[in-house]
Write a protein that binds this ligand. Structure first.
Ligand code: ATP
Length: 314
C-alpha cells in the first residue's frame, strides 16, 4: 500500500539501460498487475534479461522509474529480495541434495519456517521429495527450482525461460504448476522463447525488440492489432487468384502456389469459393487461417509489421 492506494507489483516507465553504444533497454514502459501472469517476449538480445535483472535489483538502471512491490529494487535490494521468488535460466543445484533438503536449506537462509511437503505438493514434486538432484529429470529439476522460489512465500515470481530444453510432456507439467501458482493469486513475470507457452499461460504479453516494446496487451489484442485477420487459403495458380480477384473484387494475394483471400464479411469465403468454381481451373486443399501469436511475433521483430492491416501472405 502507498498512501492507502494499492500498488501494482511492477511499474516501469521510461526505463533505460545502455552498455556503451548498445541500447539494451531504450525507454520502456509497462505495468504488471497483482495476480496476473505477464510474459516478456523477444528475440535474443532484445533486452529482456537486462530488464528482469533491473527488476530483481541485480542491475542498476541508467534512468527512468522502476517500482517493484512499491520499492526501488536497487535502493531497497534486501527488502525486494525477501519478497520475490526467482528461478533463473537452467536452474542448477548441488548434485547430492534432495528437494526436501534444499527447501530446508533455503528456509534457514531466509530464516523462515516452512512446510516442505506443502511446497513440494504445490509444484507437483512430492513423489521425488527425497531423490537426489542428479537423479531428477530435467522437468523435475525445474520443479525443484520452482519449489525453492516459493520458500520465502513471495508476492512476485520471476520465471526465466522455465521450460527451455524440456520435452513436451515435461513442459506441460511445468505449465500445470504455473497455472496452480496463478490460481493461488501469485503474480508471475515469465520470459520465454515459446510463443505457445506465453499464449497458454499469460494474461498479458509485452514483445521487446532492440530495447523497445513493440507490442503489448493480451495475446488476442496483439493478434488483432498486428495480425492480418482471418483468410481463406486455396492451393491454386496465379491465374486462379486473378480470376477470383477480378470477378469478386475481394482482396486476393498469391504466393508460391497459395491463393489467399482476406475475409472481412460473412459471405466472403462463399463468394470466393463460387468464383473459384466458376473459373473451371484446378485447385487443391482449402483452409481458413488466422494468425497465431507466433506469426505476429515473427513479423513484429523482423520489422515487417502490417501497418495497413492489409492481408500479407508469407
Ligand atoms: P536473450 O534472449 O538472448 O537472453 P535478452 O533479450 O535477454 O536476450 P539482454 O541479455 O538483455 O537481451 O541483452 C540486450 C543487449 O545488451 C544485447 O545486445 C547484449 O549483447 C547487450 N548486453 C547485455 N549484457 C551486457 C553487458 N553486461 N555488457 C555489454 N553488453 C551487454
Amino acid at each position: 500500500m502507498r498512501n492507502g492506494e494499492i500498488v501494482n507489483p511492477i511499474e516501469i516507465s521510461d526505463l533505460r539501460k545502455y552498455y556503451g553504444d548498445v541500447k539494451a533497454v531504450d525507454g520502456i514502459k509497462f505495468t504488471v498487475k497483482a495476480g496476473e501472469v505477464f510474459a516478456l517476449l523477444g528475440p535474443n538480445g532484445a533486452g529482456k534479461t537486462t530488464t528482469i535483472e533491473i527488476l530483481e535489483g541485480l542491475r542498476r538502471k541508467d534512468s527512468g522509474e522502476v517500482r517493484v512491490l512499491g520499492m526501488d529494487p536497487w535502493e531497497n535490494g534486501h527488502d525486494v529480495h525477501m519478497r520475490i521468488g526467482v528461478i533463473p535460466q537452467e536452474f542448477n543445484f548441488f548434485e547430492k541434495t534432495s528437494p526436501r533438503e534444499a527447501i530446508r536449506l533455503y528456509a534457514s537462509l531466509f530464516n523462515v519456517k516452512v512446510d516442505a511437503d506443502e511446497i513440494l505438493r504445490e509444484v507437483l514434486l512430492e513423489d521425488k521429495a527425497d531423490t537426489l538432484f542428479d537423479s531428477l529429470s530435467g522437468g523435475q529439476k525445474q520443479k525443484m527450482g520452482l519449489a525453492l522460489s516459493l520458500v520465502n512465500s513471495p508476492d512476485l515470481l520471476f520465471l526465466d525461460e522455465p521450460t527451455t530444453g524440456l520435452d513436451p510432456n515435461a513442459r506441460r507439467a511445468i505449465w500445470e504448476v504455473i497455472r496452480g501458482l496463478k490460481a493461488k493469486g501469485r503474480t508471475i513475470v515469465l520470459t520465454t522463447h515459446y510463443l505457445d507457452e506465453a499464449q497458454q499461460l499469460s494474461d498479458r504479453v509485452a514483445i521487446m525488440d532492440h530495447g523497445h516494446i513493440v507490442a503489448q496487451g493480451t495475446s488476442d489484442e496483439i493478434i488483432r492489432q498486428h495480425g492480418s485477420g482471418e483468410r481463406l487459403e486455396i492451393n491454386g495458380s496465379e491465374g486462379l487468384a486473378d480470376h477470383i480477384r477480378s470477378t469478386t473484387g475481394l482482396n486476393v494475394h498469391y504466393d508460391s502456389g497459395v491463393v489467399a483471400i482476406a475475409l472481412h464479411k460473412k459471405d466472403d469465403a462463399l463468394t470466393a469459393l463460387q468464383a473459384a468454381k466458376s473459373s473451371n481451373m484446378d485447385w487443391g486443399d482449402i483452409r481458413t487461417k488466422r494468425d497465431s501469436l507466433d506469426d505476429v511475433f515473427v513479423r513484429l521483430v523482423s520489422g515487417i509489421v502490417d501497418e495497413s492491416g492489409e492481408l500479407r501472405v508469407r
